[in-house]
Design a binder for this molecule. Sequence first.
Ligand SMILES: CC(C)(COP(=O)(O)OP(=O)(O)OC[C@H]1O[C@@H](n2cnc3c(N)ncnc32)[C@H](O)[C@@H]1OP(=O)(O)O)[C@@H](O)C(=O)NCCC(=O)NCCS
Length: 266
Amino acid sequence: MPHKEVHSPGLELKREECHVWHVSLEESDEDLFRLAAQLPDDEQKRAGSFLVAAPRTQFIVTRSALRLLLGGYLGVSAAAVAFRTNAHGKPELALPNDDLRFNVSHSGRHALIALSRGADVGVDIEQHRPLDDWSGMAQMIWCDADLARWQGLSAADRCRAFYLAWTRKEAVAKAVGLGMAADFKKLRVSFVPAAPACLNGLDPAFGLASEWSLIDIATPENYSAALAAKSPDVRVMEYRVTTQQLHQGEWFALIPHCRNHSALLK
Ligand SMILES: CC(C)(COP(=O)(O)OP(=O)(O)OC[C@H]1O[C@@H](n2cnc3c(N)ncnc32)[C@H](O)[C@@H]1OP(=O)(O)O)[C@@H](O)C(=O)NCCC(=O)NCCS
């Protein structure tokens, strides 16, 4: 099936800004089929390789929204956006000279797409689920000191603290491009519920913690999400959109919220 040429109106992203798009993954089977048919062949093949419906839907909808949004920022059609991946599978723009950076995350019925100019960016959203092996997971992500602090929390706070830590650490791991290959124990983040997101330490190969911004992203109940950007001061602008709105150019439906990270820290 030929790709429909979908052009988004020009979207402007300033250097000090980071745009975070909340994409709902509630699509009818008909919409899903239509979106999948507009993806290039290799992405259709990847969509077809998922045996389970939920991750297939996450991939199709998020990739479609990503193409439409990148097309909007670059001023090209969604079909013209070309990707390459780094050694750890992180998708990047194939354009050598463009400083547009992005990262995506999906979980349950929600996806996040984060974009910045020049600054490496990573985003993670997780739906809270009961874990079979809390202590095994906890030992995997925390150094001894942080593990002891987590174990000292009340049982009620432990689940929330775990997801706060996980999403904050994974956002940084995705920003540096390593994903799960990163040493999560070296990525030290705040995690006590109610304490603001803070990067306390990371592998020196990725710079000083003070060179980074780590920000929690508002989510529906029972989800946690975080954004990391290699820039000490970012203005985060959040938008909510469906792929249908993106296709139809219903930009008036967007709900922007601006947050100045440096202001939040004061
Ligand atoms: C990426 C990874 C962190 C995903 O974590 P997750 O919580 O299951 O999934 P999320 O929804 O948060 O993120 C998935 C998205 O992150 C992006 N991604 C993939 N690899 C990434 C990496 N190394 N760094 C940053 N982002 C990455 C992709 O866009 C992916 O979505 P898509 O496949 O729909 O395009 C994890 O699967 C990983 O580390 N993979 C690396 C695999 C690898 O090393 N492969 C070797 C070469 S291919």
